[in-house]
Write a protein that binds this ligand. Structure first.
Ligand code: GLC
Length: 749
C-alpha cells in the first residue's frame, strides 16, 4: 500500500476513532468527520451507503427480496431501510449496523404522507383548506410522531402538479395550481423538518417525484411525460424549487421518462437543474426500483448500465434495484465511473447522518417512552379534527339544507361509507402491524351519532356496496329514508381506489351508488350527499338534482367528528377546491389557468367554429377555488394605488369584504392576474395570491395585496424569467370562476 494512503488511513483512523467515540470528534466540523470516515471506507462500504432496502412491514413496490437484510447490514452494505417502523424495530436494526466494521448508522425512511399514527386528511384534502399554517402544523405533528418511532426521514411532500384526476396519485399532492402547490410544498417541508434537522422531532423531508410525474399521459401511473421546457419550468418545477427553498433535505426522482429520458438517469433534471442551477446539497434517492427500471424503459441495456446512467446523472441512493450494490464497484474498478461520483454521493448521505446526530447517538430517535407519549395523543387528534373540518368542501347547499336543523327528529344516514372504518384513512396511511385501527378512527356514523346527541334519531342502511351492480339493499334504504325527516348519503370510492398504481379511466361514482342516490331522492325527502374519494369524481346527476353536497375526501382518524362538526354547523366550511372537477373524462385535462386560444369556446357549449365540444360544456362541473360557506360574503371598494407601474414599483391593492350572512365564517379571497399580451401567450387567469379572513355576521374588513414584478413575470420565449410591458387584468374572486371585482393596470417598459 502506498505510503501516502497508509498515512491518510492512519490519520483517518484517529479521526474516525474520535468520530465514532464521540467526545472531541463531535466538536470537529462535519466535513472533517465525513472525510475521515470516507478515507476508511472500502468501495463496497461506500456502495452500501448508496443502497436502500425495504423492511418487511409494508410493500410499497415490487418486492425483489425476502428477508431482513441483516447479513448485508452487518457487512456494511446497506445505508438505509424503509418500511421499518417503531422504536423497538428500528433499534434492533440499528444494533446490527453497529456491529459493522465502521459502525455507520442506518437511515430509516418512511412514507409519512399525511400523519403517522394520528392520520390527517389526505394531502389533496388538506390543500383544499388553503390554510398554510394548518398544513404546516399537520406535517409537524406527523414528524413528531414518526420521529419518536425511530423514523429519520419521510418520503414527503409529494409536490407533483396534477391536472388529471384519472391519475390515482392526485390524492397525494396539492392539485393543479402551481402557486398554491408551491406555497403548500414550502409549508409541508417546514412542518416535517421543524426547527432544524437533528432535533428529535424533526424528519428529513423529500421533495418528490422529480419531475413532472403528475403529467403522465392519459392519467396512467408511471406513463410517459412529454412536455415543453416552458411547461416544465412554469408549471411543474416551481413546487420543487419551493421545497428546496424550504430546506428539503432530499429529493426523490420519479419513475417516468421525461421527453424520452427516464428521471432516474436524467442529468438535465438531477445535475443541471437540481444540483447545478439550484445548488442542492442534499441527496437524491431513486424511487422504488426506478434505476433498474431504466432497462424496461429501454434506456439502458442492463442493470450495470442502469447503475452507470444513474450515478452519472446524479442519483445518489438506489432504492430497491440493487444496481449500485451489484455493479457500481465493477464500473469504478473498470474506470467506467469515476470514484469521485461515488464519493460525492456518499458524502451527501453521510452529511445527513451527521446532521441528524446519528453518529453521536444512533438510537436517539428510537425512544419507546417518547413514542408512547407522542402517538395519537389528544392534542394531535384535536388538530386532526380541525384540519379535517377545514378540508371539507361544501360544493352545493340549495335551500340552506345545511347545517342540519336542530328541529330534525329523525335522520337517515345511508350508504357504504357511513360505517366504513379504515377507508377514512385514505391512501398512504401508516398502518402498523397488529394495531386495531377501529379504536383510532372515528367513523362517520359514530361522529354524527355523538354529534347529534340523544335528541335526534339516527337510522342506518348500507344501501349498496361501493362497487358492483347489486341493488338488493335499495329497498331497505328507501324504507329507512321514508321514516326520516332528512337523508344523508355517504358514497364514493374505497380508499384503495386512489393512490399509487390506482389510475381509473372512468371516474364516476363506482358501482350503483348514484342509482342509490336517485332512489333516495325519489322519496321526496331532502337529501344531503357526502362524497369520499382521493380524486375528483364525476357525479353529474347528483350535482344537478341533489340540493346539498359536501366533498369529504378521506379525512383521517377524526373523519366522523369533523364531518359532524360541519354538518351540525360547529365548523362553518371554508375549503376551496385545489383542483378542477370535470363533467366527464372527455374534458381531461381540464384546468382553470388555460390559454385562450384563437377561437375560445363559449363558457357553455359550442358556437360555430370555436374550441368547444359538440356534446359537452367546456366549463368544469366545479371550478378551481370553488367552495361555499354557511354565510355569504360581499366584495367592494377595489382600489389600486396606481394604474401604471414601471421597473420594480409595486401596486398596492385593497378591497373590502363583508360578511353579508348570519353566521361567522372564513372567506378565501383569491387574486388572479391576466397578462393580456406576451411574447408567449399567457393564461386567461393565474392565481397570484390569496387571503383567508374570518368575519362575524355584518362585519367588514379591508383586505390588501401587493403586486410586485415577480407576480408579473413568466418564462418568455427564450425561457428567461421576466415581466413584459403591457396591460394586465386583475381579478378578485371567491373562486377562479366567481370573479367579484376586477381592475386593470399597465406595466410600462
Ligand atoms: C413508491 C412511491 C414513492 C414511495 C416509495 C417508497 O413506489 O412511488 O412515492 O416513497 O415507493 O414507498
Amino acid at each position: 500500500m502506498a505510503r501516502r494512503s497508509l498515512t491518510v488511513r492512519v490519520l483517518g483512523g484517529l479521526l474516525l476513532a474520535g468520530a465514532s467515540l464521540g467526545g472531541s470528534a463531535r466538536a470537529q466540523p462535519v466535513d472533517q468527520r465525513i472525510e475521515a470516515l470516507l478515507q476508511q471506507m472500502t468501495l463496497d462500504e461506500k456502495l452500501g451507503q448508496l443502497t436502500q432496502y425495504s423492511g418487511d412491514w409494508k410493500v410499497t413496490g415490487p418486492v425483489t427480496f425476502s428477508g431482513n437484510h441483516q447479513e448485508a447490514i452487518q457487512a456494511g452494505r446497506v445505508g438505509s431501510m424503509l418500511n421499518v417502523l417503531g422504536s423497538e424495530r428500528t433499534r434492533a436494526y440499528q444494533d446490527v449496523a453497529m456491529r459493522s466494521r465502521l459502525k455507520i448508522p442506518l437511515l430509516f425512511g418512511q412514507d409519512v404522507i399525511h400523519g403517522y399514527q394520528t392520520t390527517f386528511p389526505i394531502p389533496l384534502a388538506e390543500a383544499a383548506s388553503w390554510d398554510l399554517a394548518a398544513i404546516e402544523a399537520s406535517a409537524r405533528i406527523a414528524a413528531t410522531e414518526a420521529a419518536a418511532s425511530g423514523i429519520h426521514w419521510t418520503f414527503a411532500p409529494m409536490v407533483d402538479i396534477a391536472r388529471d384526476p384519472r391519475w390515482g396519485r392526485v390524492m397525494e399532492g396539492a392539485g393543479e395550481d402551481t402557486y398554491l402547490a408551491s406555497k403548500i410544498a414550502y409549508a409541508r417541508v417546514k412542518g416535517f423538518q421543524g426547527r432544524q434537522l437533528g432535533d428529535t422531532d424533526a424528519l428529513m423531508a423529500t421533495a418528490k417525484h422529480f419531475a413532472a410525474y403528475g403529467a403522465a399521459q392519459a392519467g396512467r401511473d408511471y406513463n410517459s411525460v412529454d412536455m415543453s421546457e416552458r411547461m416544465l419550468w412554469e408549471t411543474y418545477l416551481p413546487p420543487f424549487k419551493a421545497a428546496l427553498d424550504a430546506g428539503a433535505a432530499t429529493f426523490m426522482n420519479s419513475f417516468n421518462d421525461l421527453n424520452g429520458i427516464p428521471a432516474s438517469g436524467n442529468s438535465y433534471l438531477l445535475r443541471d437543474i437540481l444540483k447545478g442551477a439550484w445548488g442542492f446539497k442534499g441527496f437524491v434517492v431513486s424511487d422504488w426500483g426506478s434505476i433498474g427500471e431504466m432497462v424496461k424503459h429501454g434506456y439502458v441495456k442492463d442493470n450495470r448500465d442502469a447503475a452507470r446512467a444513474a450515478i452519472t446523472a446524479g442519483g445518489d441512493m438506489d432504492m430497491e434495484s440493487n444496481a449500485y450494490r451489484d455493479h457500481l464497484g465493477g464500473l469504478v474498478r473498470g474506470g467506467a465511473v469515476p470514484v469521485a461520483l461515488v464519493d460525492d454521493a456518499v458524502r451527501r448521505v453521510l452529511r445527513k447522518k451527521f446532521e441528524l446526530g446519528l453518529f453521536d447517538d444512533p438510537y436517539r430517535f428510537s425512544d419507546a417512552a417518547r413514542e408512547r407519549a407522542a402517538l395519537n395523543n389528544p392534542a394531535h387528534r384535536q388538530a386532526a379534527r380541525t384540519m379535517a373540518a377545514k378540508s371539507i368542501v361544501l360544493l352545493k347547499n340549495e335551500g340552506k339544507l345545511l347545517p342540519l336543523s336542530r328541529d330534525l327528529k329523525t335522520i337517515a344516514f345511508i350508504g357504504p361509507l357511513v360505517k366504513a372504518v379504515a377507508d377514512n384513512h385514505g391512501g398512504w396511511a401508516v398502518t402498523l402491524p397488529n394495531v386495531d385501527y377501529s379504536k383510532f378512527i372515528v367513523t362517520q356514523w359514530d361522529g354524527l351519532k355523538v354529534g347529534l346527541g340523544s335528541g335526534t334519531r339516527l337510522l342506518y342502511a348500507r344501501g349498496s356496496d361501493i362497487e358492483g351492480q347489486n341493488r338488493d339493499g335499495f329497498a331497505e334504504a328507501v324504507a329507512v329514508a321514508r321514516q326520516a325527516d332528512l337523508v344523508i348519503v355517504s358514497v364514493g370510492e374505497s380508499a384503495a381506489m386512489s393512490g399509487e398504481a390506482k389510475s381509473r379511466a372512468h371516474i364516476g361514482l363506482p358501482g350503483v351508488q348514484e342509482d342509490l342516490i336517485r332512489e333516495l331522492h325519489a322519496t321526496g325527502k331532502p337529501v344531503v350527499v357526502l362524497i369520499n374519494a382521493g380524486r375528483p369524481l364525476v357525479f353529474n346527476w347528483t350535482a344537478e338534482h341533489v340540493p346539498a353536497i359536501a366533498y369529504t375526501w378521506w379525512l383521517g382518524s377524526e373523519a366522523g367528528n369533523a364531518i359532524a362538526d360541519v354538518l351540525l354547523g360547529k365548523h362553518n366550511p371554508a375549503a376551496r377546491l385545489p383542483i378542477s372537477f370535470p363533467r366527464g373524462e372527455g374534458q381531461i385535462p381540464i384546468y382553470y389557468n388555460h390559454f385562450n386560444t384563437g377561437r375560445p369556446a363559449p363558457a357553455d357549449g359550442v358556437a360555430g367554429y370555436s374550441s368547444g365540444y359538440l356534446d359537452e360544456k367546456t366549463t368544469p362541473r366545479y371550478p378551481f377555488g370553488h367552495g361555499l360557506s354557511y354565510t355569504t360574503f360581499a366584495y367592494s371598494d377595489l382600489r389600486l394605488d396606481k394604474a401604471h407601474v414601471a421597473g420594480n414599483d409595486k401596486i398596492t391593492v385593497s378591497l373590502r369584504v363583508t360578511n353579508s350572512g348570519s353566521r361567522a365564517g372564513d372567506e378565501v379571497v383569491q387574486l388572479y392576474l391576466r397578462d393580456r399580451v406576451g411574447s408567449v401567450v399567457r393564461p386567461v387567469k393565474e392565481l397570484k395570491d390569496f387571503r383567508t379572513i374570518r368575519l362575524e355576521p355584518g362585519q367588514t374588513r379591508a383586505v390588501g395585496f401587493l403586486i410586485d414584478r415577480e407576480k408579473l413575470s413568466f418564462y418568455n420565449e427564450k425561457l428567461q424569467w421576466a415581466a413584459e410591458p403591457g396591460e394586465f387584468d386583475l381579478m378578485i374572486g371567491a373562486s377562479s370562476a366567481d370573479i367579484r371585482l376586477s381592475a386593470g393596470f399597465e406595466l410600462a417598459e
